[in-house]
Design a binder for this molecule. Structure first.
Ligand code: AHR
Length: 492
């Protein structure tokens, strides 16, 4: 049995809905054939796939990052505005494709409005210039009679878009990045960019380009840019054919957050920064199977357990993590997959959906006491170089909780990683009691695969019910390899 003690009055901080953000990149079929499919009977008159939009709307992403990713480092945004047939087709260096530029800034920002999400644009620090970046900000946000603001008006948008989030480059440390820089070069360039962008748009929220949280790159960049940015970004991808490695590796994110937070704390102290930057996990996911320029990863349910754990981690660490972007949303390493005829969901869609639907205002401290797993030796089969074997042991059940601001409602998200046995979770509240039965929704791996039309996409099995509470306690049986959400009313 796993006992989970929750004290709703012990707040870990306000949960920012932007931790349920997404990311779409011009890569494979993410944009073209995914988000945007001109001429498809499933698309609206703007070319937006309605079935995809419907599935993404359910995920209510708090923020949407675009246009890359590696793609952005050779993207000239001005190619993607104005009459579509006059837009140039360009070689695309990051993924070895061609960019038709039919989906550009106005299409992206219209898509964000349609999805009711905040745009987050990553700037091209590879082949792009500061001038070009300033022009992009001016095009989106300028309210004066300046040339780029007028271009926006001429293209049909009178009001400024008020894009707040701007990323200072993507993964500028990597040799796979067009125009990669050393950490020192990056700090020098990004400092110039940050100052100029702020002069043009004082409301801009800037995100520095981080690595994994514990690298020297992060240390140098945080030291150099912490006074100038609102967030420092981290990226993490994990995954392995080995079940335990796959489900436990997301805990690397917890170390990354601790390390990056410590670097930020140090910089804030030495540089006397009154409001230090927070962390944007602006790319995260399971990804280890495909590296072919399409990244059309087919997910199974152990990946869904990892995704549920990542979101638990972001909830628990919401004091530091203010934004997180599932990479990506459609076709490329994505919860939603399209064909010409349909859009379907992969197993990783469901923990995201259930987290989003359940999450309340404030993260509450959760103490888990139960069987643990030690990932001894785990990590050997992983494509990714970071290890998990030096961390742990980890609870067999991973838990996070949120409460409403008035503390009358509670939501608990539980990942049971036991491979073949159910595990009883007993929730015990401190200083309050449940008010009535607890609503329980669980997903496990699909049992009846025969009914699927798209044979290569796995589904999930979902059950819903209620469990009687007893004063401050409720016991729930978690099936093996399951993700469960409990939602409860609490006595006032
Ligand atoms: O999301 C796929 C790729 O992963 C992104 O383009 C890049 O930023 C990261 O390496």
């Amino acid at each position: 049995m796993t006992r989970i003690a929750i004290d709703p009055s012990r707040s870990l901080g306000r949960l920012d809905r932007q931790v349920f953000g997404g990311f779409i990149e011009h890569l494979g079929r993410c944009i073209y054939g995914g988000i945007y499919d001109e001429g498809s009977p499933l698309a609206d008159e703007r070319g937006f796939r309605k079935d995809v939009l419907g599935l993404l709307r359910e995920l209510r992403p708090g923020v949407l990052r675009w246009p890359g990713g590696n793609f952005v480092s050779n993207y000239h945004w001005a190619d993607g505005i104005g009459p579509k047939d006059a837009r140039p087709r360009r070689p695309e260096l990051a993924w070895g494709a061609e960019e038709p530029n039919r989906f550009g800034t106005d299409e992206f920002l219209e898509y964000c409005a349609e999805l009711d999400t905040e745009p987050y644009i990553c700037l091209n620090m590879g082949t792009g210039t500061l001038d070009e970046a300033l022009a992009w900000v001016e095009y989106c946000n300028g309210s004066g009679r300046t040339a780029w603001a007028d271009r926006r008006r001429a293209n049909g948008r009178a009001e400024p878009y008020r894009v707040r989030y701007w990323g200072l480059g993507n993964e500028m440390y990597g040799d796979w990045q067009v125009g990669a820089l050393s950490a020192e070069e990056y700090v020098r360039t990004a400092t110039r960019w940050a100052r100029a962008i702020r002069m043009l748009d004082p409301d801009a929220r800037l995100v520095s380009c981080g690595m994994n949280g514990w690298n020297d790159w992060d240390r140098i960049v945080i030291d150099g840019l912490a006074p100038l940015v609102d967030m420092h970004s981290l990226h993490i991808y994990t995954g392995s054919d080995d079940y335990w490695t796959n489900v436990l590796q997301p805990h690397q994110a917890e170390r990354a957050i601790r390390c990056a937070a410590a670097l930020i704390e140090r910089a804030s102290y030495t540089k006397k920064i009154a409001s230090p930057p927070r962390i944007a996990y602006d790319e995260w996911n399971v990804w280890f199977r495909t590296d072919d320029g399409t990244l059309e990863e087919r997910y199974n349910f152990s990946d869904a357990l990892a995704v549920g754990t990542y979101l638990n981690i972001f909830v628990r660490n919401c004091r530091w993590v203010r934004m997180a972007n599932l990479a990506q949303l459609v076709n490329a390493i994505a919860p939603v997959v399209t064909t010409g005829q349909a859009a379907v969901t992969q197993p990783i869609y469901y923990p995201v959906l259930m987290h989003v639907q359940a999450a309340l205002d404030i993260a509450a401290d959760v103490h888990v006491d139960g069987p643990t797993v030690s990932p001894l030796g785990a990590g050997h089969h992983s494509r990714w170089p970071h290890r998990v074997a030096d961390l742990g042991p980890f609870g067999l059940v991973d838990a996070a909780a949120t409460t409403s601001a008035d503390r009358h409602r509670l939501a608990v998200t539980l990942v049971n990683r036991a491979e073949s046995e159910p595990e009883t979770a007993r929730i015990e509240l401190r200083d309050t009691e449940f008010d009535g039965p607890v609503r329980v929704a669980t997903v496990t791996a699909e049992r009846d695969r025969g009914r699927r039309t798209l044979a290569d996409v796995a589904g999930v099995h979902r059950t819903e019910g209620t469990e009687a509470s007893h004063g401050p306690a409720v016991s729930v049986e978690l099936p093996p390899q399951s993700f469960t959400v409990l939602e409860a009313d609490l006595q006032g």
